[in-house]
Structures are given as C-alpha cells and as structure tokens.
Design a protein around this ligand. Structure first.
Ligand code: HEM
Length: 441
C-alpha cells in the first residue's frame, strides 16, 4: 500500500511538473532523468524539424530540451532573440563552443575584449573598397569557371552534383580573396578536394604565406591586408592570430555561401515559375555584372533570401548564459545553461511569416519590385546584434553573381526521385549532394 502511494505521488509530481512547464510555454515531452534523449534519438536525422514542430506549438515559440542534467532553451520569437543577441549581449557568450584546435582564438570562437579586437579589425577590412573590388572580380572569374565546366557537360544528360561544384567554387574564390592563391579545385578534372583536406592545407598555407608576406605590399587579399595591420599595442599580428583569422573566415564564409546556392537551385527546380521570372529580370544585366548592377537585382536578392529563410546554412546557434536571467516570455535561464536561437525553425513559423510560411514565395520580400529587408531578429540566418555576420554583403554578392549567370545561360534540372534531405551537422548541407542535368538556354 505504502509503495503504491509513493508511486502514485511520483506520477502526480511528474504530471504536475509537465503541466507547470506547459503554463510556462515549455512544451517538449521529457522522461525523468533521460529528458528528451529517446525522442532526440528517434528524430536524429530530422532534428531541426523536430524542434520546429515543438516551437510551432509553443505559445511563445520557446521550448526546453534536456538530456540528463544538461538543459537547453530553444527560442524563436524575435523579441527573445533580440534579448539574447543584443539587449543582454554580454550575458550570452560563445564560451569557446567550437573546436579550439581549429579555430583558436579567432573571431568565431572569441568573446569579450579578444572578440572586440577581431571585430574592429575585420569590420575595417570588410568595409574596404579595394577588398570589395577584388571580391567582385574573383566572384565573376570563379562563376565563369563554373559556367565553363557546366558547358562541357551541357546537353549530354550527364549528371553532376551541383552542391559539390558550388563548394569547389567558393573554396577557390575564398583562397583568391583570402590568400591571393588559386586552388583550382574547380578544374575540369574535378580533383579530389574534400573540405577537410583543403582546410588542413589552408591552415598550413596561411602560415607559409605569412613568411613571404613582407614582399607583398601591393597585394589586396585578406591575409596580406591583415599582415600589414597592427594589434592594439602597435605590433604586427602574430602568426597564430593570422592563422586563426584566416581559418575562421574560411569556416564562416565558404560552406555557408555554397550550401545556400545548392538549396537555392533545389527550390528553383521545385518552383520553375520563379526561375522564369528571374530570367526576364537578370538577362539585361548578364553582361555587366558590376557591383552596382548586382545591387539592382532585387528579384534575385529576394529569391536568395527566401532560400535562406527556409534553409539557413547555420540552422541553429547557441550561447551560454554567464548569469541567471529571465527571458521576455518569463522563461528562467540559469547560469551556464545554453540558449539556442533556431534559424531553421524561425524561418518556417507561421507566427512570424503568416499562413504561407512553408511556401517558397520570393514576392514576400518585395514591394513595388524593390527588396524589403526584414528585421535580423526575425530573419536570423545571418545572426543579429553586435555579432551579426560580417560577410553578409559579400555572400549576397557572390550568390547573386553566380545565380544570375547560371540562370541566364543554363537550364538546370534536378534529377527526379532523389531523396533531398539535410545532414544534421554544424552546417545545413544537402546530405547526398544534389544531382542535376544541364542544358544550354
Ligand atoms: C549565406 C552566407 C552566410 C550566412 C548565412 C552566414 C551566417 C552567419 C552566422 C549565423 C554567424 C554567427 C555564427 C556564430 O556566432 O556562431 C556568422 C558569423 C560570421 N560570419 Fe557569416 N554567414 C555567411 C557568409 C559569410 C561570409 C562569406 C563571410 C566572410 C568571408 C562570413 C564571415 C563571418 C564572420 C567573420 C562571422 C563572425 C562575426 C562575429 O562573431 O563577430 N560569413 N555568419
């Protein structure tokens, strides 16, 4: 009898706890101690959709996820995202969340004063007109290299993995802009160039290059520019700082842009009427894709933003709480807990985008054919607040250059009956690549 009442009491406390949590807008189902472990394992291959499903049911979009004693708070409402990324910026830090071995003390992993120094230096470099010119040139050259490659397979029914080609293109572009070196991974024979190999090579290369740097005053690649920069004591940047900076930029800028272009191609193939509209608009500009001309491509800008809304290359991003806090919806955060804003779920929530949130509709970004930016706390693909992505403009530049040229000269068809699904990883890649066939227009 005694045992029964204890068991009954436990069930009552457990159910009561769940009801209490639901009143506080935290709706995920948990098991004592194991938390969400079983559910997460069942949903491992579709983790971001699993979070999205809970978020869309939560009145404030906040969901608690726990495993054992670890607790993460997933958020999606713009005012809460603003709270963690801006209002209480100093309370939500990276805490070296990513691999220290690879990223060192570079910008992506740094906090506090170290981050401030990186940010100041990098912001200065990113706003330089010279770098903008060098980038536009490199993006054009590499997009044309991609076109030349596609021309060799066009009309042959040969299948190619376009995601792989985009990754090669952004790698080559990054090396040109970052180090002033051409890696030629997009050569006609498509040399074996897996990301990890190239990444290792780059880390080495950046160190080798730093040794020949003094001879390079006339160069305008990022590394050369960093080499001529000084730290806060007026000293040249150390080899380690240089290596960390370049590796961080590579990680931040290479996959993100290429993967967005991959999803973009996939979405266009599902919505052929969008590609048709685009063609009429871009064809006038195809031969004069200067920086200014690219700025006028409002429809393609909207189309890329729409891809980023549905398939943000960084699907979620967590920050650790330095101190206890209360989020705007009343959720209590304890010191050391992680608060995650989930770009993937946010981009699909009807609460934010209306009843057609799941549809690919670039027009939602346009008014009188002019692109209308959204609040970065709502369209959070590039993060927001003081740490907003530094490469946003250059990423759009490269994506617009590539997309405009591709769509102008080729009809790209996604091979039917492929299982197009994402891989759960640091970035949102199409798990098995995207096989396409290419025809000349
Ligand atoms: C579609 C393309 C891109 C997307 C969606 C994107 C998104 C993001 C996001 C979500 C963050 C925050 C990451 C974090 O704090 O953990 C970030 C940071 C950053 N991104 Fe991008 N990014 C893109 C392209 C680029 C490019 C091309 C570059 C430059 C080469 C770049 C440079 C950076 C840098 C330096 C940061 C760190 C900013 C800081 O912590 O102060 N990104 N980006």
């Amino acid at each position: 009898m005694k045992l029964r009442s204890i068991a009954g009491m436990c069930v009552f406390v457990y159910l009561w706890r769940d009801r209490w949590r639901q009143r506080n807008q935290l709706v995920s189902k948990t098991w004592p101690y194991f938390g969400n472990l079983f559910e997460m394992r069942t949903n491992a291959a579709r983790l971001y959709d699993w979070v999205y499903e809970y978020m869309s049911k939560s009145p404030t979009g906040t969901v608690e996820v726990s495993i054992g004693t670890l607790r993460a708070i997933m958020v999606g409402r713009p005012d809460i995202v603003e709270h963690i990324l801006k209002t209480r910026f100093n309370n939500y830090i990276k805490a070296r969340a990513m691999s220290h071995e690879i990223l060192g003390t570079g910008i992506l992993n740094a906090d506090g004063d170290v981050w401030k120094q990186h940010r100041k230096l990098a912001s200065y470099e990113f706003s330089s007109i010279k770098l903008r010119e060098v980038s536009t040139e490199a993006y054009r050259e590499l997009a044309l290299r991609l076109l030349t490659f596609l021309d060799t397979v066009a009309d042959s029914h040969k299948q190619v993995d376009i995601q792989d080609l985009f990754l090669r293109m952004t790698m080559d572009a990054f090396c040109k802009i970052g180090f002033g070196v051409d890696q030629h991974t997009l050569s006609p024979d498509l040399p074996e160039a897996k990301f990890a190999n190239a990444f290792d090579k780059l880390a080495e290369l950046s160190i080798q290059l730093s040794n020949r740097s003094v001879l390079n005053n006339d160069k305008h690649d990022l590394l050369s520019r960093f080499l001529s920069s000084k730290d806060q004591n007026g000293e040249p940047l150390s080899d380690k700082v240089l290596r960390d900076a370049t590796v961080n930029f590579l990680l931040a800028g290479r996959d993100t842009t290429a993967l967005t272009l991959g999803w973009f191609m996939y979405l266009l193939s599902c919505n052929p009427e969008v590609a048709q509209k685009g063609t009429r608009n871009f064809s006038n500009f195809a031969n004069s894709l200067t920086f200014d001309a690219l700025g006028k491509l409002h429809y393609i800008h909207a189309t890329l933003s729409e891809s980023l809304r549905l398939y943000p290359p960084i699907p979620w991003d967590g920050k650790f709480a330095v101190d206890d806090d209360v989020l705007p919806d009343g959720t209590i955060v304890k010191r050391g807990e992680v608060v995650v804003y989930v770009q993937y779920a946010m981009g699909r929530m009807e609460l934010l985008w209306g009843p057609d949130a799941s549809q690919f509709r670039p027009e939602r970004w346009l008014k009188d054919n002019v692109y209308q930016p959204e609040s970065p706390f709502k369209f959070s693909a590039f993060q927001a607040g003081p740490r907003i992505c530094l490469g946003k403009d250059t990423a759009y530049l490269q994506m617009k250059m590539t997309a405009a040229l591709l769509i102008r000269f080729f009809r790209i068809q996604v091979v039917p009956n492929q299982d197009v699904a994402y891989r759960v990883s640091l970035v949102l890649a199409i798990r098995d690549g995207l096989q396409v066939t290419v025809q000349r227009r």
